[in-house]
Design a protein around this ligand. Structure first.
Ligand SMILES: Cc1ncc(COP(=O)(O)O)c(C=O)c1O
Length: 461
């Protein structure tokens, strides 16, 4: 397969370190790759200037404030968000953005928190805020083998809204497990029925255009390192101003208020994004966000999408074409087997000739030998895994994680065939040569009858 000349050139110039080191990087959903020019531009900016904490008005502080606000405008512009409709709140990561919503959403007794099985744990965790405030959590299941949502059931749940309540619906625009892209049309569907909508776009935005002039979700969490690798430690909550106004922050802190007193229990919250930015923002890294966004714009997010989609099809073909000598498949993919309405995030397991799952720890070992970076486990998305491995609620409720148990004991106790899946995810810097190396690696699992018995214990999912 030939990739577009632009991407070949970028691989040689901006991402040369991958080939110099011989690394095959297939974990773009874990973290994106930064281009060398991003680092150079950021470092140059830091070298040439004197910056102070933006919470002040002195010259070095004012210079920093200008760059922070410029980064904020760049984020809103990148996503086509109207300034009078959305604000961009800087957070440490997507999880920080999700926590802001969870802890401030005005859940009350009788309210609903509706979410898809297919969600990152940082979204699942919002159910604890809902529970503490007496709201009810409902999950909409995905359906194997495609791991798409049961849409009839979703519509039913969305219809069942109790009258005068705050109800929040949360789902990922793209699954970080199966790569499934859930319809953005659900935003309007839910809005029409009175729901607030949180679209987790962390795994979607690195390779897809999210146009907030077309779609109008209330809350969108993202992590910038997933989009363009650098900087880490900065994420964002894109929030509609009207939805933000309904949130109730549980506390105040430095940076979030205009004034507070000690002798009187009173404080005045700062307006807009500032009310949600606790303490000092990651100011020296924020200019790197604007630099990263400009890099993505120069390449073109639509071009990235097309590039990654073509490579994703190749990855799926490689896995579905893998056969043992007895004709049995040597790999199984969890999720759609073609690229329609999905991204290039592929969860799979290798299979032994008798159909048994190859232990993911052995896959890790072989991948390491081949210098291939993959992700194994449940990828912080237990709901997608539960459906993929047909684990029932009864199994989970019956099998408690007992005191002194290791994760391996638990996996055995509830009868799981493995400790999870293997995930390969592609991005801007991926190329066909990466997938050739992957195909060679995958062929090592053909006709593999058993794995060695000296695999390390599992420490986490
Ligand atoms: C869909 C999705 N949501 C949320 C997150 C959490 O991102 P972070 O760990 O940067 O907070 C991730 C991370 O992989 C993700 O894939």
């Amino acid at each position: 397969m030939k990739t577009a000349p632009l991407f070949d050139q970028l691989r040689r110039t901006e991402f040369a370190r991958l080939d110099e080191r011989g690394d095959v990087y297939l974990d773009y959903t874990g973290a994106g790759m930064y281009a060398e020019s991003q680092l150079a531009e950021h470092l140059e900016l830091l070298r040439r200037n004197v910056f102070g904490n933006p919470h002040s008005v002195n010259p070095t502080s004012a210079a920093m404030t200008e760059l922070v606000e410029s980064a904020r405008r760049a984020v809103l512009e990148f996503f086509g968000a109207a300034l009078d409709e959305y604000v961009a709140i800087f957070t440490p990561n997507a999880t920080g953005a999700l926590r802001l919503v969870g802890e401030a959403y005005p859940f009350r007794s009788g309210d609903r928190f509706l979410l898809t099985f297919d969600n990152h744990n940082s979204v699942n965790g919002i159910r604890e805020f809902a529970r503490a405030r007496g709201a009810e959590t409902t999950y909409v299941p995905s359906v194997a083998p495609d791991l798409r949502v049961d849409e009839l059931l979703l519509r039913r749940y969305l219809e069942e809204v109790p009258g005068d309540h705050h109800n929040l619906f949360a789902y990922p625009a793209q699954s970080n497990f199966s790569g499934v892209q859930h319809p953005l049309e659900w935003i309007e569907l839910a809005h029409e029925r009175g729901w607030d909508v949180l679209v987790d776009a962390a795994a979607f935005v690195p390779t897809n255009r999210l146009d907030l002039a077309r779609w109008h979700p209330d809350f969108v969490p993202i992590s910038f390192y997933k989009m363009f690798g650098w900087p880490t430690g900065v994420g964002c909550l894109l929030a509609r101003r009207d939805a933000l106004a309904r949130l109730e922050r549980p506390w105040f802190s430095g940076g979030t208020i205009v004034a507070a007193f000690v002798q009187r229990e009173w404080y005045q919250s700062a307006p807009g994004a500032a009310q949600f930015e606790d303490g000092t923002v990651n100011f020296l890294n924020l200019p790197a966000v604007e630099i990263g966004l400009r890099f993505l714009e120069r390449v073109g997010i639509d071009a990235v999408h097309v590039h990654v989609e073509a490579l994703g099809a190749l990855l799926l073909d490689t896995l579905s074409g893998l056969r043992h000598a007895n004709g049995a498949p040597a790999a199984t993919v969890y999720g759609p087997e073609d690229m329609s309405e999905r991204g290039a995030i592929v969860a799979f397991n290798f299979l032994h000739p008798d159909g048994g799952i190859v232990d993911e720890r052995y896959v890790d070992r072989v991948a390491r030998e081949c210098r291939i970076s993959l992700r194994t486990g449940c990828f912080c998305n237990p709901g997608a895994g539960e459906v993929a491995f047909t684990i029932s609620r009864e199994t989970l409720v019956g099998g408690e994680f007992g005191q002194g148990m290791t994760l391996d004991d638990y996996v055995r106790a509830i009868g799981l065939p493995s400790g999870g899946a293997v995930r390969a995810s592609l991005g801007l810097a991926s190329n066909a040569a990466d997938l050739e190396r992957f195909a060679t690696f995958a062929s090592r699992f053909v006709d593999l009858a058993a794995v060695p018995d000296d695999l390390p214990p599992r420490t986490g999912c």
